[in-house]
Design a binder for this molecule. Structure first.
Ligand code: ADP
Ligand code: MG
Length: 735
């Protein structure tokens, strides 16, 4: 659906309109609609179902959704029928199984509700079977070798834990049913299946720990709130930048005199045209039940952020995909382009996604929040320390989960968390853990346990003065903030990995506590012993200082922490023995599934760079060189003219030097392109995927800078009226 312009079949009035050039358009929706009046009006959630299903069926469905059990065929039929009636009442004629294949985007194939009748007419129908499963002809999605051509079938299966919704487009509304995408043998071919499995693994591991603490809970869920950064660029500029259009980033472009050095954009007043876009997009998201809450200007010019209220991880991932999808479409409506790429402009801050993550029980207890009593604080420390241990034990896997060609421009580029995975805890907790390590009780009395000061952890640890914005994995009071995720990412895989590594630590914790309980140690002593050991073993991953500094890079190397700066190197973290065995033992991904993902991501990296290389050569040949040649020609003619008329003029030399500069620039550019083309040809010839990716990384990519330097130098001297592409100052400052 990504290319449609959205319409307005239901909810508040929202007329599509285009704004030309720099005009800010009218606010398309009349003010005065209360959000609570139309929030989630296009969502088939439990609230909607309650009004449409018979009481008995509703209870069954609700129970199945909350406990994750299978729905009976009768109930599925009942839900399907209610869903169809509801969707048709909103004007939908088609439904689609909405899924998230390994491309990182969402995918859909629309099917009409119609069925033929014996008298030559049609009627609308939708059965439980059609709701539950479909077989899209989806053989072209990347499978990393999991599907051979003779068994290319992929199946989508309904995921009732994320509610169906109506997506409105100018072409009409469509019923979208969130599904998982698996092969004939049940192997995952998408981003959602492993996420759902990781949610379950974490649930089971956490419930086991909670049983010690006698905290009543039926379910523990992981929760996510993703702060999303993005740029907005006027569409007329975007359309004339083939690099932005096809690679998502500018491959060329001289730095403007003013970038972000004044830091006057951050939290500044929002420009009217941008504001119109934001309110329009938010309205569409509210209709879809996406609880967006915060909007503001970011550090770079024309960079912004949107953040939602956190939700259960599975739904939150779908909602983040919807945020990107809706922003993309509403931006078109406003004559703008929304950029989610990690680093669209060189020399200007890139965009990330801060994935806020926590664990909560169905009774609403946040397990990463300190409590009121010593017992609650001990429980809090168990979960906290397990998260630290998780990053320590599986730092490479965590790093692999955020690897992409786009994110390579951010991680380690002095503006985003570095490629070194570490944890920030804040001064108070760092001290608590240090005390814990030093002072675990030797005498097994309750008194001594309290002497550790565990009972004194303040219930509110949120303190804005104690903030470290440079850490890739920072504790922020009652949640962790995983900041290394790229802005264009589907959050599912990074979240899958966070869930997995923490579930792994919790399971180990249970084994270690049980062992001590068997040896008849009192419970609290057993827990403290294990905590002490974990803190000791994991502390090298804790860092409270400035993660952007060179000092930390050196210190981390001394501590033996990996610093994997490029995607081909980072991705290996996915297929290490430890990673595969963790994912396999938690039943999140089997060995073949992990390897298939590794190959898909590696191949994707090579393809990304191949596209960029081709684009760059194309831009130089068809835009930069013709402009430079025109300028050269004009200069040559002007100088010849001067020579003809005033052959001895003293300015001749200096004018010739301008011509010389242009001619030399053209020469250097041609030379750079030749070297790039050669490196590209070498990489293309290589068949082994890792070697190929490494060639792109270490041979092709460095030539980009070479070409760019020459092209940008020409941009700085060729007259504006001859330069064919929009410049940085236009894209970054004009809206
Ligand atoms: P801060 O400014 O301290 O980072 P905010 O309250 O502004 O915190 O939240 C930032 C993001 O973190 C929001 O998207 C929010 O939904 C999310 N968030 C807040 N609490 C939690 C939590 N317990 N679990 C997961 N995400 C959370
Ligand atoms: Mg934050």
């Amino acid at each position: 659906m990504a290319n449609h312009i959205m319409g307005r079949p239901s909810g508040p009035e929202a007329k599509p309109y285009h704004s030309n050039g720099h005009q800010s358009g009218p606010v398309p929706t009349p003010f005065g609609d209360k959000v609570s009046d139309y929030y989630a009006c296009n969502v088939f959630n439990l609230k909607t179902m309650k009004t449409l299903l018979p009481k008995e069926t509703f209870r069954h469905v609700e129970d199945a959704i909350l406990s994750g059990t299978q729905l009976s065929p009768e109930a599925a039929n009942s839900v399907a029928s209610a869903m169809k009636t509801w969707a048709m009442s909103k004007g939908a004629t088609h439904y689609t199984h909405w899924f998230q294949p390994m491309t990182g985007l969402t995918a859909e194939r629309h099917d009409s509700f119609i069925d033929l009748t014996s008298d030559g007419g049609v009627l609308e129908s939708f059965t439980g079977k059609q709701l539950a499963q479909a077989e899209p002809d989806a053989s072209s999605f990347p499978s990393g070798g999991l599907r051979t051509t003779f068994e290319a079938r992929g199946y989508t299966a309904w995921d009732p834990t994320s509610p169906a919704f109506i997506m409105e487009s100018l072409g009409g509304p469509t019923l979208c049913i969130p599904t998982v995408f698996v092969s004939y043998n049940g192997q995952s071919l998408d981003k959602k299946t492993p996420l759902l499995r990781s949610i379950e693994a974490l649930n089971l591991a956490a419930l086991d720990i909670l049983a010690y603490f006698k905290l009543p809970a039926r379910r523990v869920s992981s929760n996510m709130g993703a702060e999303q950064e993005y740029f907005l660029v006027d569409r007329s500029y975007y359309d004339r930048r083939p690099d932005l259009l096809m690679a998502g980033r500018t491959l060329l472009g001289a730095a403007p005199p003013k970038g972000q050095q004044l830091e006057d954009h951050y939290f500044g007043s929002i420009k009217e045209r941008v504001f119109c876009f934001m309110t329009d997009a938010e309205r569409e998201l509210y209709k879809l039940g996406v609880p967006v809450k915060t909007r503001h200007n970011e550090v770079a010019p024309n960079q912004f952020e949107v953040a939602p209220i956190h939700e259960e991880a599975n739904v939150a991932v779908d909602h983040n995909q919807l945020v990107m999808d809706v922003f993309d479409r509403v931006a078109r409506r406003h004559g703008l382009a929304a950029l989610f790429y990690e680093k669209p402009f060189a020399g200007i801050n890139g965009s990330g996604k801060h994935v806020n993550w926590s664990l909560g029980t169905d009774a609403g207890v946040n397990l990463l929040a300190p409590g009121e009593t010593p017992d609650e604080n001990l429980r809090f420390l168990v979960f906290l320390v397990c998260a630290v241990k998780a990053v320590h034990d599986h730092g490479k896997l965590l790093r692999a989960s955020v690897a992409s060609s786009g994110n390579d421009h951010r991680l380690g580029a002095n503006e985003a968390p570095p490629a070194i995975m570490s944890v920030f805890l804040g001064e108070y907790l760092a001290k608590v853990l240090a005390d814990l390590e030093r002072g675990a009780p030797t005498k097994e009395t309750d008194k001594e346990w309290l002497d550790l000061g565990i009972d004194k952890i303040p219930p509110v640890l949120k303190d804005n003065t104690d903030r470290n914005r440079t850490s890739p994995f920072a504790f922020t009071g009652n949640k962790f903030e995983f900041r290394a995720v790229g802005s264009s990412f589907n959050c599912a895989f990074p979240l899958t990995v966070v869930n997995a590594i923490v579930a792994g630590s919790l399971r180990q914790m249970k084994r270690d506590i049980d062992e001590r309980l068997k040896a008849r140690k009192p419970f609290k002593v057993a827990v403290l012993e294990v905590l002490k050991r974990y803190v000791k073993e994991s502390k090298k991953v804790c860092y409270e200082g400035n993660n952007y500094s060179g000092e930390w890079e050196k210190e981390a190397a001394k501590r033996g922490l990996p610093n994997l700066k490029t995607t081909p190197e980072a991705l290996e973290g996915l297929v290490t023995r430890e990673s595969v065995s963790l994912l396999e033992s938690l039943k999140i991904l089997g060995r073949d599934e992990v390897h298939s993902r590794y190959h898909i991501l590696l191949e994707r990296y090579s393809k990304d760079l191949d596209i960029e290389a081709r684009l760059l050569i194309d831009l130089v040949d068809t835009q930069v060189l013709p402009a430079a040649f025109s300028y050269q020609k004009g200069l040559a003619e002007a100088i010849r003219g001067l020579k003809d008329i005033l052959p001895k003029h003293s300015a001749l030399r200096s004018q010739e030097s301008v011509l010389d500069e242009v001619a030399a620039g053209i020469g250097a550019l041609r030379e750079g392109v030749a070297r790039l083309a050669k490196a590209m040809a070498d990489a293309e010839r290589e068949a082994e995927p890792l070697k190929k990716a490494l060639l792109y990384c270490h041979q092709v990519k460095p030539k980009f800078a070479l070409v760019r330097r020459s092209a940008d130098a020409l941009e700085a001297i060729v007259p504006d009226n001859l330069w064919p592409m929009p410049k940085y100052h236009e894209m970054l400052f004009l809206i």
